[in-house]
Design a binder for this molecule. Sequence first.
Ligand code: BTN
Length: 256
Amino acid sequence: MSYPRTFHELPPGVKRIRYYPRIGSTNTRAKQLAERGAPDGTVVLADAQSAGRGRQGRPWHSPPGKGLYFSVLLRPPRLEPAALAALPLVAAVSAAGQLRAVTGTPVAVKWPNDLLVDCRKIGGILAEARASGRDLRYAVLGIGLNINHRPGDFPAHLRERATSLHLIHGREFDRTPLLLALLGEITRHCRLFFETGFAPFRPRWEEMSVTLGSAVALHRPGGMLRGQAVGIDDTGALLVEDCRGERHRIIWGEID
Ligand code: BTN
């Protein structure tokens, strides 16, 4: 199912949806629009991306007609760049919550930015920002979700590790109502996050998490850390206990 030509009813936090049948990356486009003064709540949506980007410089394979690929431009009134670390976590709980509510899929979150079903990745989040001085000028929240993918729509090396709504439920999903539900929840939660920080989202994140209580191998700027994920704090940092019982507070990193 394709997207409508125009989106008539937008969720409250969304100013405008700019739709592209094919684009390099919605995040790159949203950042260009931000530099030209586009307002808070501008959304860039694509049916296909030719240079979709994931975390750590990885490509995000984005075939046409299959996934949801969109970016939301956010202009928080005041936000310190350090607080940006928790933004993907907020987006992840919002997206997982809406996917659970609308499709009945048991989506879980993996620190910091993955959405999983039965240990397979169904989506990911890429947050990028431009700061000036102590404050953020804007943030771009890019979200990629596997909706109507069949096994052959994933690159061979991801086939065992990825899933989609179609693979789980055995049927096609209309992406438009899902997109609007996700945008409503994500923009509402981001506004709340900019006012209150991560603390109010923490219990929901803990409830949805597959990371807490599990053994983790964490790639971080200082090298590899192995241990047990024992908690998350009010800033969204992961608390990891190593084999000597020493606790580490991790702000940035990647879990295998
Ligand atoms: C990850 O899990 O590594 C993050 C993936 C983020 C992919 C989305 S698709 C829409 C937006 N545009 C991009 O180029 N990337 C994000």
